[in-house]
Design a protein around this ligand. Sequence first.
Ligand SMILES: [Zn+2]
Length: 166
Amino acid sequence: MTIENNHVVAVSYILHTIEEDGSKILVEETTAENPLTFLYGVGMMIPKFEQNILGLKAGDKAAFVIQPEEAYGEQDPNSITQLPIDMFKESGVPPIGAILPLSDGQGNNFQAFVVEVTPEAVIADLNHPMAGKVLDFQVEIVNTRPATEEELTHGHAHGIDGIDAH
Ligand SMILES: [Zn+2]
């Protein structure tokens, strides 16, 4: 059975970023015992990631590189925001590197990363932490199977066997 749309795919992978000097930094590593399981073809994954594993079957391996414009986009310098220090009177001023859960007036939730703290403001970066990064994937397909009716209705995978309660 090979990967196609509306399959539930379980994949183990090692993700590195490739830095400007060519060095690799390990970002994430899954194991075959605890693979990433997702519904293929519904936009949950980076499209380029899905394209690279299309047609593979359990046991197949692949290695590929995805450029920022086909992954999480380039860094947007306009996405740096200054939050008045008064916002943090009750919660306390966060340390550099902290993740701030924020929401806008429309009820959208997003995350910001503290990059600097001054006496007046907490300066946070709204870019995705992987923005601007070249992604280097080594993947191994653990399993692929047609999604169940329920999974298709829900629009997501119910675990590698399709029986995960949630
Ligand atoms: Zn569900």
